[in-house]
Design a protein around this ligand. Structure first.
Ligand SMILES: Nc1nc2c(ncn2[C@@H]2O[C@H](COP(=O)(O)OP(=O)(O)OP(=O)(O)O)[C@@H](O)[C@H]2O)c(=O)[nH]1
Ligand SMILES: [Mg+2]
Ligand SMILES: [Zn+2]
Length: 308
């Protein structure tokens, strides 16, 4: 880049200490971060995909000079050295597209519900995509569609093979920054290739035996696509942000529970064993789906008693 002229742009890829930035002028610039971000010792100041940044040129090449305040972020718990701490992995997103498949791998509603909670916790709007609808199998699409649409979520049945649902999804993504999450092999990269032919993202080979359990996508990359949209493809991120949730807050992220909260006798009811619980009563009256309540209970049991 030219002498000392400042440029701004969005980080679209982070590989160790090397970043790719799509400048506002439309060029892709490779750059490094300045040591000071690391010295700050705060995950929040380490540049991540999605960050909007200022760039300056230096004798050592292009450097990230400033990170603009984040509108939101998704973090995970970084375990290892001494104390677990927050690791921000992506910033400034609007939509969290939660992708699962009707089969191969089979649909896992518990995982979908975990990812909805994660999305809401991160300040993102969850969108539910059910892929591989071309496969012939016993799957009650109508049941799940009604359940999630009943809560107020967009639910899109798709197929990266036949093109089913692709236009609908593309319209939802228009003008926004989104992230694709979901179990490995559900077809995140395949859908993205279908939405924007030409991206040429490597997807899993059909041979399942040799590829078992291995992720085809290994790093987070942001892809600019049609209609001024960005989509970050991820390797099956599962537990994003869940670790930051207090047990007593969890019910809040099951949005359809909210109207019944005030019927609980205890203000900080966990909706578990407490008497006179409005949520449990609503489940009994079938006003809340028992499938969702089951997910709630499983997540509740997996949360730490004390936040880190
Ligand atoms: N039948 C069918 N197969 C699909 C569909 N979408 C993807 N696949 C296949 O599913 C396999 C996995 O697809 P990927 O796109 O690599 O899945 P992914 O979610 O990106 O996986 P990771 O990168 O490992 O997280 C590939 O063999 C695809 O060809 C679909 O709609 N229908
Ligand atoms: Mg992939
Ligand atoms: Zn309750």
């Amino acid at each position: 880049m030219g002498s000392n002229k400042k440029k701004t742009g969005t980080i679209i890829q982070a590989l160790g200490s090397v970043f790719k930035v799509l400048s506002d002028g439309g060029e892709i610039i490779e750059c490094h971060y300045r040591g000071k971000f690391r010295i700050a010792g705060d995950g929040n100041f380490f540049p991540v995909v999605g960050d909007y940044v200022d760039l300056i040129s230096s004798p050592d090449g292009c450097l990230i000079d400033k990170i603009y305040p984040r509108k939101n972020k998704i973090s995970r718990l970084k375990v290892g050295s001494r104390k677990p701490k927050e690791q921000v992995i992506i910033a400034n997103l609007e939509l969290c597209v939660i992708i699962s498949s009707i089969d191969e791998p089979p649909f896992k509603p518990r995982l979908v519900d975990r990812m909805i909670v994660s999305a809401l916790k991160g300040g993102l709007t969850p969108i539910i995509v059910l892929n591989k609808c071309d496969l012939k199998c016993n799957f009650n699409l109508e049941f799940w569609q009604k359940l999630y649409e009943g809560i107020g979520y967009k639910f899109i049945p798709t197929s990266a093979i036949t093109g089913m649902g692709i236009d609908t999804l593309k319209n939802i993504l228009a003008g926004k920054i989104s992230v694709f999450v979901g179990h490995s092999g559900v077809g995140k990269s395949s859908l993205l290739n279908k939405i924007h032919p030409g991206l040429g993202i490597v997807t899993k080979q059909v041979s399942k035996a040799t590829n078992k359990g291995r992720h085809s996508t290994t790093s987070i990359t942001m892809h600019p696509i049609d209609n001024d949209a960005f989509v970050a493809d991820t390797p099956g991120l599962r537990e994003l942000g869940l670790w930051q949730i207090d047990k007593r807050q969890l019910g809040w992220y099951f949005e359809e529970f909210r109207p019944f909260n005030e019927r609980c006798k205890f203000r900080n009811c966990l909706h578990k064993d407490e008497p006179d619980c409005g949520i449990k009563a609503a489940v009994n009256e079938k006003l809340i789906s028992d499938v969702r309540y089951e997910s709630y209970m499983r997540i509740l049991e997996s949360l730490p008693d004390k936040l880190y």
